[in-house]
Design a protein around this ligand. Structure first.
Ligand code: COA
Length: 214
């Protein structure tokens, strides 16, 4: 895609009318797990974790990318702190590797920093998210919501409003558990036949940490 085509990709806040197209982008981007991720997104929008922080990328053909941030809690020694979780991030397969995902992430992070949010967490590929400043969360005193999240995949971005006392355990909203969208699931022993396929798809259904995805 030439830079002219890429410059034709506009970013904006997600509107209600975008929801069917957002679902389509997520289903296409996440493959086998697309519907689970799309269900989680629909549920999160109906919950107290939703603060309207979702952004879309569109060009002349329609929506080509989407990113969502929702509110979680950090159980810090001093008190509970409202923090954000980036999940999911999805770009239409035909438009991947063209910088759209990166633009969506940077656009969203700039909006969170402007709001004064202190911290953004995610489960994902360090190889992808390090370019935006994300670091291994355990290196900064943060504990993940589940031991089933491989440590390198549990990442944090500390924004200007972050304070040194803000450490502790990340607490996901109930919905992430209800939709079973946390960490890695290991199939029962008798399913080992197709374990490689399942593991390749990624650490969590919402976050990319495996070979495929981000
Ligand atoms: C992950 C995803 C959102 C990235 O968006 P994108 O627009 O394709 O990626 P960008 O163009 O912004 O970035 C491309 C760069 O990221 C790298 N990259 C993409 N996925 C990566 C991964 N899983 N691990 C490491 N690097 C990755 C590419 O190699 C490329 O690197 P380069 O800039 O050094 O050439 C997109 O590939 C996607 O939707 N994947 C399927 C759904 C998914 O797994 N989403 C996970 C996010 S929760």
């Amino acid at each position: 895609m030439s830079s002219a085509d890429l410059s034709s990709v506009e970013l904006r806040i997600e509107g209600e009318a975008d929801r069917p197209a957002v679902r389509e982008v997520i289903v296409q981007a996440f493959g086998d797990h697309g519907h689970v991720v799309a269900e989680l997104v629909d549920s999160l929008r109906q919950s107290t974790a939703w603060e309207g922080l979702a952004f879309v990328a569109e060009n002349g053909t329609g929506l080509v990318g989407h990113v969502m941030f929702t509110r979680s809690l950090l159980d810090a020694p001093r008190r509970l702190v409202g923090v954000q979780v980036l999940s999911p991030l999805a770009v239409q397969p035909a438009r991947q590797q063209q910088g759209i995902g990166a633009r969506l992430v940077r656009h969203g992070l700039a909006a969170l920093a402007a709001r004064g949010d202190p911290l953004v967490f995610l489960e994902g590929s360090p190889g992808y998210y390090a370019r935006f400043g994300f670091e291994r969360a355990s290196h900064h005193g943060f504990r993940s919501p589940s031991l089933r999240i491989p440590e390198p995949a549990f990442q944090v971005l500390r924004l200007p409003a972050c304070r040194s006392w803000m450490t502790g355990t990340l607490v996901y909203p109930e919905l992430f558990w209800q939709h079973d969208c946390v960490g890695l699931r290991k199939p029962p022993a008798d399913d080992r036949g197709d374990e490689a396929g399942r593991e390749g798809v990624g650490v969590s259904r919402t976050g990319p940490a495996g070979e495929r995805g981000g």
